[in-house]
Design a protein around this ligand. Structure first.
Ligand code: NAD
Ligand code: GLY
Length: 365
């Protein structure tokens, strides 16, 4: 098992990464002083795969665990689902020492974290992520929240978990498309801050895609280390943390323009990274061989679904509502090399449209 520390003073916590951690949950929770009254938030699919046995094991070890099942999918990442969880918690007389445990992907983790941030003005929560996206990204860093029909993650709070426990075995049941989605986020880390890691991914991508044992643990740990380092410097995204949004301005706009259906989050981010790479080239920050190298690596992760049905105007409109907008300006994270970012504002709409159109062509070629 590997341990990565997120250093945030009183809000510091550990990320545990290893194969088979779910079965050891009662011991792990015991050693981290997790309260015995637990509400396990999950969806039916994940609960059946892992939740049932987790609940049983915890119950056998004096934990009082109640499951709260939420509907599956990004389109349910909204205030209605949050409201339903509040209702259940109130009816079950949850109190401030009760702890929420998010078992599932990023949708479950973001919702559970937001409930924890707001219920009774804040209760503790832990993350037990079961998708690659959630293991390398969403379970770490305390960004919690839900979508509004007009925009992605529009309602939320920063609220750090007490513990993140990553059982890499859970990835064995993950559909290939969802695994691939997580790999796009993995590539993102190399692009924004770690050339050596990017080179490692270029060399080992096929083994990683096969899920070769040991490699996944290394890859997930490296991503968590990089994210922990960034978060420790800038918890609330005043500056450095913004680099984690590489590809996300276009990507979130694509998710909103497709009404949070039809594409996974990772696929939307992949399109966004292709567009942001194009934009970096158009602005003169990247030479053409580096641009091609980046595009090649993103495309090697796997096929992306066609988005020809999404009008470019819809993407541009959605970007204007991006929550990171300051006044009329949306600041983009661009690349000035592999592992090096630059922030760029005041980008003309025409350039954004061109970068987007050209990014779509990269996928077809
Ligand atoms: P997801 O939570 O929708 O999970 C994808 C699918 O996989 C779901 O159908 C889920 O039921 C299923 N699943 C989960 N674990 C499984 C397993 N082990 N085996 C089989 N099926 C399993 O999607 P995601 O990609 O995990 O997360 C995307 C969400 O995370 C988006 O809402 C995105 O905005 C958010 N996100 C948040 C942050 C953050 O910092 N908070 C960062 C990145 C992404
Ligand atoms: N996924 C972006 C962030 O955590 O800041």
């Amino acid at each position: 098992m590997k341990t990565v520390r997120v250093n945030l003073g009183k809000r510091s916590y550990n990320i545990l990464i290893g194969a088979g951690l779910l079965d050891q949950s009662h011991e792990i929770f015991g050693s981290y002083g997790i309260h015995k009254r637990l509400f396990l938030i999950s969806n039916a699919r994940v609960f059946e795969l892992f939740g049932q046995s987790l609940l049983q094991k915890l119950s056998e070890n004096d934990y009082q665990v109640t499951e709260i099942l939420i509907p599956e999918g990004e389109k349910h990442k909204n205030l209605q689902t949050v409201e339903n969880i509040y209702t259940y918690l109130i009816s079950e007389r949850a109190d401030r020492s009760s702890t929420l445990a998010a078992l599932g992907g990023g949708v479950t983790g973001d919702i559970a974290g937001f409930v924890a941030a707001t219920f009774l003005r804040g209760i503790p929560y832990i993350q037990i992520p079961t998708t690659l996206v959630s293991q390398v990204d969403s379970s770490v860093g305390g960004k919690t929240g839900v979508n509004h029909h007009l925009g992605k993650n529009m309602i939320g709070a920063f609220c750090q978990p007490r513990l993140v426990s990553i059982d890499t075995n859970t990835l064995s049941t993950l559909p290939q498309r969802e695994f691939q989605s997580g790999l796009y986020e993995v590539v993102k880390y190399g692009l924004i801050c770690d050339l050596e890691f990017f080179e490692y991914l270029e060399t080992h991508l096929e083994s990683i895609k096969k899920g070769t044992s040991g490699i996944l643990e290394d890859v997930i740990s490296r991503c968590c280390e990089l994210k922990a380092e960034i978060i420790s410097h800038d918890e609330t995204e005043q500056n450095l943390r913004r680099i984690l949004n590489f590809g996300h301005t276009f990507g979130h706009a694509l998710e909103a323009a497709t009404e949070f259906q039809g594409l996974t989050h990772g696929e939307a981010v992949a399109y966004g990274m292709l567009a942001a790479t194009r934009l970096s080239f158009m602005k003169g920050y990247l030479d053409s061989s580096t641009r091609e190298r980046i595009i090649r690596c993103i495309c090697r992760v796997g096929d992306l679904p066609s988005i020809d049905y999404v009008p470019t105007e819809g993407i541009l409109e959605a970007m204007k509502r991006d929550k990171k907008r300051q006044g009329h300006q949306v600041v983009f994270v661009l690349l000035k090399g592999i592992g090096k970012t630059i922030f760029a504002g005041e980008i003309e709409e025409r350039a954004l449209a061109q970068a987007w159109e050209e990014a779509k062509l990269e996928v077809r070629s």
